[in-house]
Design a protein around this ligand. Structure first.
Ligand code: C2O
Length: 358
């Protein structure tokens, strides 16, 4: 896979080692800490797709971390595997999502996650000539102008017809199709194996490509070829809350109505209201306010999953939106979150030349 160099890193944290930070706030019940401690390994972990005889049920992966189905038996399973898979194309069969959705009947986002059909023959994507640099800015440092530009882009995406592959809905569905059993590995001769892009080395590249196209769509919708997707800098003390722009009031489209967060294109109705700004986030969140440490280096199973569960609404049947793979792609927070996850990948490589992709 060609590596993309578009996720330009901000100046805020590359130059320094991962920082340690701790703060106790009277208004919040837990202590914020980025410390990591490799000597304790008692957190429930989500691991693995299929490992020979160790057939771990990888459904409900995000929910599972909340301890809803005893994940304790997963703690001794080693590092993740990634069998080579072939990406599905528009000839592959795609089926409605069934995996990882505990309460199908109350799945508010719908489980028909297959892309719109196309009559054209798929052609391998060729990276266009690199002409302009896109710089991804930290969400908490955006200027009001940038926030507005980003809101306009999302608004334009939401205004596209639903069956447009660039539309809000089609983009959101991608995560569901690749993570909740939409596709199998039939192209490798294994129709019985579902494609799952998490819990293996597919995690970083899959999401990088996902953001790559998403960012280009947004930029093209506002005619800005330099548009860079903001990243939710949850590893910086200033970024340790849900980016407020996702929740700020926005002018009502209805004349004479007061501004309302609901009309903000970045607003998502399915978020944990106990975790809205200025609540300080918990990088180790597993469904309860914890304050304990996570293992070093486990970007995906650690803070990545924690932030999904922390943002999702625990009162929804499937922890929509961010708390479940099938619905996560509908919350703008998802893309800001993964923009930071993508940044972590690059930081990891920059920290040591021995850090190379498998
Ligand atoms: Cu595909 Cu954050 O998950």
């Amino acid at each position: 896979m060609a590596s993309l160099s578009l996720s330009t890193l901000s100046t805020t944290s590359l130059s320094s080692r991962p920082r340690l930070y701790s703060k106790t706030s009277a208004t919040h019940r837990f202590k914020v800490s980025c410390n990591s401690n490799s000597s304790t390994d008692d957190n429930p972990k989500l691991i693995l797709p299929m490992q020979n005889n160790n057939n771990v049920d990888r459904r409900n992966i995000l929910l599972g971390l909340g301890g809803l189905y005893g994940a304790a038996n997963l703690t001794n399973i080693g590092s993740a595997l990634a069998y080579p898979i072939t990406a599905p194309d528009n000839i592959s069969s795609c089926v409605a999502a069934t995996q990882g959705i505990t309460d199908l009947g109350n799945a508010v986002r719908g489980t028909a996650c297959c892309p719109p059909s196309s009559q054209t023959t798929p052609v391998p994507y060729v990276l266009p000539k690199f002409t302009q640099l896109r710089v991804r800015p930290a969400a908490h440092r955006l200027t009001p102008e940038y926030i507005e530009k980003y809101q306009e882009a999302i608004k334009a995406m939401k205004a596209l017809p639903e069956d447009d592959p660039r539309s809000w809905k089609q983009q959101g569905k991608i995560h569901c199709a690749y993570c909740n059993g939409g596709y199998s590995q039939e192209m490798n001769g294994h129709p019985e194996l579902k494609i799952q892009v998490h819990n293996s080395s597919l995690f970083f590249p899959f999401h990088r490509w996902y953001l790559y196209f998403y960012e280009r769509i947004l930029g093209s919708l506002i005619n800005d070829p330099t548009f860079g997707l903001p990243y939710w800098n949850w590893d910086n003390p200033m970024g340790m809350m849900l980016p407020p722009m996702l929740e700020t009031p926005y002018p009502s489209p209805i004349p004479n109505r007061p501004p309302n967060a609901k009309y903000n294109p970045l607003f998502d109705p399915y978020r944990n209201v106990a975790h809205l700004p200025p609540t300080i986030l918990d990088l180790n969140y597993r469904g309860t306010e914890s304050g304990t440490n996570i293992l070093a280096g486990k970007v995906e199973t650690g803070v990545h999953t924690a932030m999904h569960i922390w943002v999702g609404n625990p009162r929804m049947a499937n922890n929509e939106d961010m708390g479940n793979f099938y619905s996560a792609g509908y919350d703008p927070a998802f893309y800001l979150h993964h923009s930071n996850v993508d940044r972590m990948w690059q930081i990891w490589k920059d920290l040591d030349t021995r850090n190379v992709d498998p």
